[in-house]
Design a protein. Sequence first.
Length: 473
Amino acid sequence: MSNPASPPAVDVLDERSGLTFPPGFLWGAATAAYQIEGAAAEDGRAPSIWDTFSHTEGRVVAGHTGDVACDHYHRLGEDVALMAELGLKSYRFSVSWSRVQPGGRGAVNPQGLDFYRRLVDELLANGIEPWLTLYHWDLPQPLEDAGGWPVRDTAARFADYTTVMADALGDRVRYWTTLNEPWCSAFLGYGSGVHAPGRTNGADAVRAGHHLMLGHGLAVQALRAARPGAEVGVTVNLYPVDPASDTSADVDAARRIDGLANRFFLDPLLRGSYPEDLVADLSTVTDFDHVRDGDLATISTPLDLVGVNYYSRHVVAAPVEGVEADPAPSCWPGSEDVRFVTRGVPVTDMGWEIDAPGLTETLRRVHGYTDLPLYVTENGSAFVDSVVDGQVDDVDRLAYFDAHLRAAHEAIDAGVPLRGYFAWSLLDNFEWAWGYTKRFGMIHVDYDSQVRTPKSSAKWYASVIRRNGLAAQ
Ligand code: FCB
């Protein structure tokens, strides 16, 4: 006879096994076109700003380019089979605009569309939900030649390209995100210049940020018109920003960086306005005369979901009096002299501090802006891996994922409608200005042979997906 005082065995097991995520939680992995596809000059694809940038001497470590990358363009079947082995519920990929519309406007390249049709069909055949990002940093070079994101017309071109994609794939892709991390496109691309197109002008960076968001709003409207049933969102990269001390100067430095890193995007997208303090901070950089009536209404077109990419936390301090700001071009226009402080906590191979509680904090913060479903559309870590006897035992990466999933679960417990999590990344890949020197993948890629080897973290993630949660530590 069962003892009514003891809970059913399954609950006991569940408790011991750690954390269970809500039913239907969307477990995924993410990649981006330029980072994995290769086939840079095949089947009608033309250069994007990342082709130009990576082929410019001195821009990318060791002169690496995405010409071949993971050769995913030719290995789509093998890669989707690996995803199926992992048990992924969803795969977040991006479309190379230059493959689909090589000139950035006008003529569409049918072979480019065919590749993404094949990818989507293969995913669906394997029961994997395709999650399509329209723009992951690779602007067609002809649009950069016409002025790039600092120019308003680029937003309209993005909306046209979105319509092309919605018409071609809207019948089989349910989840769409417009932009990936507009902060990086704007402030690394046009501010510090460490990303393509490598320009260094603070006002251009701010304009680019605005036109990216305008393009996003127009793209949402284009998607709605073409595919009323689509689930549409945007992905932003967010950081908690803490002051190094509680002096008012450090607190103010944190407010400034938080404005540029987070509120520059969250407020227009989710509230339809720029924060006043941010506009004041930027007054020496721009008078915002690029903002036209109606833009903020377009930018804040209602969404179905918000994607959050989370990697680390910023800790900042006020400038030291008498010490000049670093003269290198900055990705913090108007706040170039704010100091970024390290706390001495463990870091990844990128030098990014590992801070899992920051994920809980970030998700709760976004939920403070909106009741929309949230998804972690990227989270992960680079570590130096070695292949030993055909195995990669990436304990650090596995621990990073584990800690961040626990933090994500804590956000759910606190009432955040978090509906999915995408590990960055499925494969080791071209890590932008770092080339192939930084490995984020759950699957190791030998770039000479293109052999894929699932790491320990991949096997572990497969078990997380199977049990819809985490085992006890
Ligand atoms: C994010 C990017 C992604 C990858 C990770 C490490 O900022 O969206 O492409 O580079 O960082």
